[in-house]
Design a protein around this ligand. Structure first.
Ligand code: SF4
Length: 391
């Protein structure tokens, strides 16, 4: 088949013009943001917090300087949108131990430098690999499946992710292509329960503030916009499922403020080019078939009810916890390294700049805490793109 690049380029350039370079549209949306916030101020609402729940949203907000465009009183805060940041420290420690024992451990590149709580080396799989441990970085679970089949010896996959990544694990299990020698350590976490948790804490801390939510675009592609129905219904919080271009985010903020002005909290699906109301039914079914929902530890945060996925009974022979007798040490699982305030950063309670380690002890080159590791980690994003410059 011949691919017509001219057309692709045309389409791409139209999309870029519409979403990135469209200054006129951006100006109109910004004026609406200002106007709506003025209307709220006239009614005595002086502070609005808009929380994003996706590392890529936080990246776009910071990279494009969207915070600096907000009227004073509209604060954009980052929620727990990075699965690497909240992966229990004990999972890193177990993976390091097994890799040093010669078991091949597969890990995604953005978790390769994820530090454990211990300050003794090796703190990460990266450091363990430098000491001769058997670690392999992969782009996806299927790469590990293929490699483990050829390898034929004991191997383990450190399964980090939210609902976006869960289908990429579930479908190979469902289709029976995961070799028996590849065990799976599930650090999979679910976003709606942690959203409740983060909002409960923030709303208690700031009872006079109004809250809005930018719901995660990638996650919603899988679980659907309907997954956030509880936010306007139970919490009366305006919610927008948004895309990742700067204009997507500006529109999301505009719509949130508009719903506040109209006193009609609801769900607006700004990302309809990717997200449907129901989500991806096939992917959701595969997740349900392969995993079961359990209470789970979130690093720096605590145990959140019904917020994790583990392999269901049918797939237990792949379960690394069972195979290697991994004991759950909850206190250790949820602990950040001494002095690291990643838990508070992940819950949107403080910006990274309030951590005394930020850009001193902890830098993107030498991450001390978990939020400085992944491209989706708030501390790393702020460190690289100056989220702090305007504060
Ligand atoms: Fe943790 Fe580093 Fe962020 Fe501080 S700057 S909260 S040490 S990740």
């Amino acid at each position: 088949m011949i691919v017509d690049n001219t057309k692709i380029n045309d389409v791409t350039s139209i999309a870029i013009k519409a979403f990135r370079l469209n200054k006129d549209a951006s100006r109109v949306v910004l004026m609406n943001i200002q106007k709506n916030f003025s209307l709220l101020q006239a009614r005595g609402v002086m502070n609005v917090k808009v929380m994003d729940f996706c590392g890529t949203h936080e990246w776009a907000i910071t990279y494009y300087g969207i915070r600096s465009l907000m009227p004073k009183g509209v604060e954009l805060i980052a929620g727990p949108g990075c699965p690497v940041c909240i992966t229990p420290a004990t999972f890193v420690e177990e993976a390091i131990k097994l890799a040093l024992d010669g078991i091949r451990v597969y890990v995604f590149g953005d978790a390769y430098k994820l530090p454990s709580t211990s300050l003794k080396k090796p703190r990460s799989l990266f450091e363990a690999a430098a000491m001769g441990a058997n670690v392999k970085v992969v782009y996806g679970f299927l790469d590990a499946v293929k490699d483990a089949k050829e390898y034929g010896k004991e191997a383990l996959f450190l399964g980090i992710g939210f609902e976006t990544t869960a289908p990429s694990y579930a479908i190979p299990f469902k289709h029976g292509i995961v070799p028996k020698n590849l065990k799976f350590l599930s650090a999979l976490r679910l976003t709606p329960p942690i959203m409740r948790h983060a909002l409960d804490i923030n709303m208690k801390k700031y009872p006079t503030h109004k809250f809005g939510v930018i719901a995660p675009g990638h996650v919603s592609t899988v679980i659907g916009a309907s997954a956030w129905e509880f936010l306007p219904r139970e919490y009366k919080i305006p919610t927008v499922v948004a895309g990742f271009e700067p204009l997507d985010l500006l529109i999301a903020i505009e719509k949130i403020l508009e719903m506040m002005v109209n006193e009609r909290p609801g769900i607006f699906n700004e990302y309809a080019r990717s997200v449907t109301w129901e989500g991806n039914i096939y992917a959701k079914k595969a997740i349900e078939e392969v995993f079961e929902v359990v209470d789970a530890a979130w690093r720096g945060i605590g145990v959140v009810p019904k917020s994790g996925l583990v392999l269901s009974e049918k797939f237990k022979e792949w379960d690394a916890v069972r195979e290697y007798g991994i004991k759950e040490d909850i206190q250790r699982a949820i602990t950040d390294p001494p002095g690291c305030r990643c838990g508070e950063v992940s819950l949107g309670l403080i910006p990274p700049t309030q951590c005394p380690m930020f850009m001193k002890v902890c830098t993107p080159e030498r991450p001390y805490g978990p939020c400085m590791v992944s491209e989706e980690g708030t501390c790393r994003i702020w460190a690289l793109y100056g989220g702090y410059a305007e504060l």
